[in-house]
Design a protein around this ligand. Structure first.
Ligand code: F6P
Length: 340
């Protein structure tokens, strides 16, 4: 059996750990051949494929990025679906493809599966918003980076009696904002799941400063919508997704006006996606890679490796694609306990 592996969409710490696990498991446990597909779906459309053996994946477990390359190009947006990849599949004798990607990539994988391609998914995104799994790999690393940044911002905020607004990634859901906000003891957390009430946040901050606190930290997810209802974007990416970023500046200016306290804004951006994965993400990514390969070996195509509780199991891709998973309201309630 020949198994292909590709990484598509935005990169994320832990991608190399999955690739390494797929190659090692496929060769040592199942006697498969593995081919790496370059630059996501683009490589499958263009025939950019090369054999991968265990030597190719030595020393990559802790490396950020993806040795396979990635892109946001897609066979349905930039081609004719299965017809665009058929030649590469047939020419290389690929029996199944392990697709490591976020919500857009997994939806494409499901559509190709429905057209006859044997696929198995691995849920990847720092946003942690894929349905069907309790967690995606990359999220823990992003939260660690954001928490470290918030801790650092707190010490300079304290020196200057300032409000610090920190914008983190989170296209449609506020998982990073919520986790990092709780971990760093933020005074307000604004997530796309809930309408931002800046008047309430300003009241909380004023009350806090009356009690003698000299600074406040507000964490904002990039996908939050400003009061006028227009998201802050700078065009669209190759897949057609909005390029987000900048809502922190809108919220920061408003909070400064409402409170009268000097405010500074930091947008963490791609820092959150770069560098080495945490130990947790290395382990989760490795488990996902092993499970996805086992699913392919068992012929369980159209499924995705997923974390359920402490177990890694196979779930239908259709389940993962049916929804985008938002932050549990109970978690937001935990965060609120410490606001102000
Ligand atoms: O989907 C993951 C993500 O990191 C989002 O949080 C963010 O909005 C987006 O990717 C950024 O994508 P790009 O790297 O294409 O700018």
């Amino acid at each position: 059996m020949v198994i292909g592996v590709l990484t598509a969409g935005g990169d994320c710490p832990g991608l190399n750990a999955v690739t390494r696990a797929v190659v090692s498991r496929a060769i040592s446990e199942h006697g498969m051949e593995v081919v790496g597909i370059r630059n996501g779906w683009d490589g499958l459309m263009a025939g950019d494929v090369r054999p991968l053996d265990r030597d190719d994946v030595r020393g990559i477990l802790q490396r950020g990025g993806t040795i396979l390359g990635t892109s946001r190009r897609d066979p349905y947006v930039h081609g004719q679906g299965y017809e665009s990849v058929r030649e590469t599949i047939e020419a290389n004798g690929i029996d199944a493809v392990v697709v490591i990607g976020g919500d857009g990539t997994l939806r494409t994988a499901l559509a190709l599966h429905e057209e006859g391609l044997n696929v198995v998914g691995v849920p990847k995104t720092i946003d942690n918003d894929i349905a069907g799994t309790d967690m995606t790999f990359g999220f823990d690393t992003a939260v660690s980076i954001a928490t470290d940044a918030l801790d650092r911002i707190a010490t300079t905020a304290e020196s200057h009696n300032r409000i610090m607004v920190v914008e983190v990634m989170g296209r449609t859901k506020g998982w990073i904002a919520t986790y990092a906000g709780i971990a760093a003891g933020a005074d307000a957390i604004l997530v796309p799941e809930l309408e931002a009430n800046l008047a309430d946040v300003a009241d909380t901050i004023r009350a806090r400063h009356r009690r003698g606190r000299t600074y406040s930290i507000v964490v904002v997810a990039e996908g939050c919508t400003p009061p006028d209802g227009r998201q802050i974007t700078s065009g669209v990416d190759a897949f057609g997704f909005d390029r987000l970023g900048g809502v922190g500046y809108v919220f920061g200016a408003k909070l400064e006006r409402l409170t009268g306290f000097e405010t500074r804004v930091t947008v963490l951006g791609h820092l959150q996606r770069g560098g080495s994965p945490t130990a947790f993400d290395r382990v989760l990514a490795t488990r996902f890679g092993v499970a996805a390969t086992d699913l392919a070996a068992a012929g369980r195509f159209g499924e995705m490796a997923a974390l359920r509780g402490m177990e890694v199991v196979g779930v239908p891709l259709a389940e993962a694609c049916a929804d985008i998973r938002g932050v549990d309201p109970a978690l937001l309630d935990v965060a609120r306990t410490f606001f102000g």
